[in-house]
Design a binder for this molecule. Sequence first.
Ligand code: DX5
Ligand code: ZN
Length: 229
Amino acid sequence: MTFDRSIKIAPSILASDFANFGAECEAIEAQGADWVHVDVMDGHFVPNISFGPTTCAAIRPHIKGVMDVHLMIAPVDPYIVAFAQAGADIITAHLEAGPHIHRTLQAIRAAGAKAGLALNPGTPAEAAAGLLDDIDLVCVMSVNPGFGGQKFIESAVAKVARLREMIGDRPVHIEVDGGVDPVTAPLVAAAGADALVAGSAVFKGGSVARPEAYGRNIRTIREAAEAAR
Ligand code: DX5
Ligand code: ZN
């Protein structure tokens, strides 16, 4: 993975057909996705269960580019090696998931993945201040994690802007996750985000059999974001 601040669209396969992950990953990449965002939920840190490292390993051969794994689990540390071995390029852990986030981020890098730090909507940007040299990505949650299809929380925009100032010229991506669509994408892109996760807004109206809708949705979000920069 090379670093740049171009807009990256990262469809979340949480909104795709769970019986067809391999083909869904191939379809979104063919339709212009930059990263594939993989939401792991444990029914403990968040009130929903999705899937784990075995599923990530199974879909990995169907992804040519970046596999962006968002862990909504607690604890994180016992599972880092499993997700790295499953082929995650980025492993993102929540600051709220445990008492030793610095150790977690170090363990992610030691396992050979890029380290992401996710912040819940109620966690201020300043909570990341001491960690900016230990991360490759900060994920600003613009919904409370656990479910797709929720409404975008507006305070995420100011948080992105604050993180953009704090990060300076460090090679740290700012990702926004939750309720990103053609209306909200320009707000966070203007504030400094470069990686946009979108589940419902990418997969709506399409399917593996009709992937052109994915392509139209991705282009609409990307164009709205790029026009706002
Ligand atoms: C929320 C997940 C998100 C979510 C995005 O817990 O981390 O990645 O699936 O879905 P939409 O774009 O539908 O809000
Ligand atoms: Zn996510």
